[in-house]
Design a protein around this ligand. Sequence first.
Ligand code: ADP
Ligand code: MG
Length: 452
Amino acid sequence: MTSEALWHDILNRLTLEIGTAAAKSWLHPLTVGKSHQNGLTLLAPTRFMRDWIVTHYLEKIKSYCMTLSPNIRDVFVDISSLTQLNDSPKPASALVDLPKPQDDGALMGIDMMGAPLDPRFTFDQFVVGKPNELAYAAALRVAESDKVLFNPLFLYGGVGLGKTHLMHAIAWHIKSCHPQRKVIYLSAEKFMYQFIRALRFKDTVSFKEQFRSVDVLMIDDVQFISGKETTQEEFFHTFNALVDHNHQIIVSADKSPSDLEMEERLKSRLGWGLVADIHPTSYELRLGILQSKADHLHSIVPNPVLEFLASKITSNIRELEGALNRIVAHSTLVGRSITLDSAQEVLRDLIKSNDRRVSIDDIQKRVAEYYGLKLPDLLSSRRSQNIARPRQVAMYLSKALTSRSLPEIGRKFGGRDHTTVLHAVRKIDEILTQDKEFRTDVETLRRTLETQ
Ligand code: ADP
Ligand code: MG
């Protein structure tokens, strides 16, 4: 295969993975450089782009490269103007520590306000089951409706359960049916950085105008701005301005509005529209998703293998997908069909860690043991320091090691309120920074729980 053909194939695969917008901005401008023994050389038009490719895409490019052409050992990225003068490319790894660019968007001339949409995240490719039917129906209604029905639509659920997928699906749908409508999707993190940048460059007026002129604004993972008061304040104003003009807002978070650690008025405002939660997956949904993904990958995965995955990988859909991809990639590489045995072999480490998930019960038991207490005492309402502190440690570890929400943890600790749990988490965080001995205790507990 020529280097050009190889790069063409890599480009196609990477586009599927990172989306057309990102591929267009970053990968299309690259050209293939003079061939180098056992190495592929790519040329970027500017130093900035070269650095960006190296930090963001080089690993992916390398792994596709090695799959597609095993005799290629390394990939180099260089600047086109430099290689014309000097044709021995340096290994990319040596080039990473160059000064970081300040601005990623201006140079590329792309709209940096929103984030690119993943072409796989459409309604067609979203499998619906009991745990996500409400969120799906709500998202579809918002996407299809010409009027604003509920504002905002608030989607929440644990990681990897499909929040981002649904938001992108709404954006794709609106973009295809109403191309004139301005839809912006971005993470709360990005919203904050843009806001901070606007403050720094004293450009808040155009920041405000940009966001307030959109028809549909989607902010993903809004829990990110917990504790960031100025950003919350700005978000609140943007939010009100859009609602006043009857523009649609869609927000996602990992917890319900009332569980978010935010200003009261913002929390209550976020709960005004429709709040739809996505529950942890069920076996049926996991199996359905696996079947659909296997079809999309055009690979034959026997049913027992899918059933095995659905019963073993229960944490979230992202991991489930990762496991399936691994099995398929492995079988393509070794050129053998997929069997239950080969799947079990390929996923041995992953399944071990899924089996090892810590539960709140384990945590309570271990903590009580460690501090020489009886379990009922740990869960009781006694407030003496020698019981209350271990109880707070157990709450803290429950928050750190499980995906349970604060109210759920509160319930498991004798029906306490979520604010008590929050207080415990903060208190322990505080003591951890001050007391070395205490820190050792908590770290030991954490390690034994994680490796039990
Ligand atoms: P979240 O934003 O909730 O953390 P994502 O939307 O990123 O989760 O989903 C994680 C992965 O799981 C994505 O690849 C997504 O396509 C996939 N996924 C989630 N829910 C579904 C579903 N119901 N059907 C098909 N794929 C799904
Ligand atoms: Mg997400």
